[in-house]
Design a binder for this molecule. Structure first.
Ligand SMILES: [Zn+2]
Ligand SMILES: [Zn+2]
Length: 147
């Protein structure tokens, strides 16, 4: 018989549920949608059983309102995939801890959140210095526009 434990695992330290198939954190309230959209191969009746069981799990946050992303962790979080090519935004370290894996995502983030473009000459020396630090952190940049 199908059990929610076949598809989800709980991280007691963070009170969150991780999908064992795609390694994403899933809020139990959103598990029905997650399974339907990402894992539709599972029969509908089975998905329903899994979700009903998941909703009975105690000690887990059922939605993001009760969860704060830790600014840093000492050890890799079990159940989550570990990437070595993360890029940390350094434009405003006192208020931003955005991390992503592609330089394009980082540029989009700079434009959307910091209203700053990596291609223009404007932005000031502080921003340029921060950009350089960010670029140093990732090894695959070829055409960086700082010249
Ligand atoms: Zn999943
Ligand atoms: Zn940022």
């Amino acid at each position: 018989m199908t059990s929610a434990l076949d598809y989800f695992t709980c991280l007691p330290k963070y009170h969150v549920v991780i999908c064992k198939i795609c390694h994403y954190c899933v809020w139990p309230d959103h598990a029905r949608t997650h399974l339907r959209e990402k894992h539709s191969r599972l029969p509908k009746a089975e998905r329903a059983l899994i979700c009903d069981e998941l909703l009975t799990w105690q000690e887990v946050s059922h939605s993001h309102e009760h969860f704060e992303v830790p600014p840093a962790v000492d050890q890799p979080v079990p159940g989550l995939r570990l990437f070595q090519d993360g890029k940390l935004c350094r434009l405003e370290p006192e208020r931003c801890t955005f991390v992503c894996r592609s330089i394009d995502s980082l540029k989009k983030h700079w434009r959307a959140v910091h209203k700053w473009s990596a291609t223009g000459r404007r932005g000031g020396s502080r921003a340029a210095a921060s950009l350089q630090v960010s670029l140093q952190r990732q090894t695959m940049v070829r055409n960086n526009s700082l010249g």
